[in-house]
Design a protein around this ligand. Structure first.
Ligand code: FES
Ligand code: FES
Length: 156
């Protein structure tokens, strides 16, 4: 592999060491090297939010970060947050309010929404919209997604 480098990072609580090419993006590393295909790849240049993952507690676009930049970091993906049940409230609300159709945007949307919920403040629909404005959905028209996030926030 050209210009490869060894990296060690924590992924969903498990320490992982791999050699990666310098050009490999974090989302491709997670999907192709680790088989964590929950993070999706849409635009590949930071626009759609489908690739959203958490790095050291903050959500980032996995297509804009190189895997080598994540060396030493703590990565959490939709699989990890789902297994730990951190997403449970949102997942239920999305299901109950039909906040997904094809589901392509959903992992990134859940990651962005959970980032808002974890701030533990109650905000209105406009702020919810602003918070997920970097996550594109081509199916739902967003209304049901905002409904679901609002319901999860209110503990419904
Ligand atoms: S694939 Fe990363 S923002 Fe679209
Ligand atoms: S549900 Fe299809 S892109 Fe959002």
């Amino acid at each position: 592999m050209e210009h490869d480098r060894e990296i060690t990072l924590s992924v969903n609580g498990t320490q992982v060491t791999r050699r990666v090419a310098a050009r490999t993006h974090l989302v491709d590393f997670l999907r192709e090297e680790l088989g964590l295909t929950g993070s999706h790849v849409g635009c590949e240049h930071g626009v759609c939010g489908a690739c959203t993952v958490r790095v050291d507690g903050d959500i980032v676009r996995g297509c804009l970060m190189l895997a080598v930049q994540a060396d030493g970091c703590r990565i959490e993906t939709v699989e990890g947050l789902s297994d730990s049940r951190e997403l449970e409230r949102l997942q239920r609300a999305f299901r109950e309010r039909n906040a997904l159709q094809c589901g392509f945007c959903t992992p990134g949307m859940l990651m962005a929404a959970q980032d808002l919920l974890s701030q533990k403040k109650k905000v209105g629909r406009e702020e919810i919209r602003a918070h997920i404005s970097g996550n594109y959905c081509r199916c739902t028209g967003y209304q049901a997604i905002v409904d679901a996030i609002e319901a999860a926030m209110e503990g419904k």
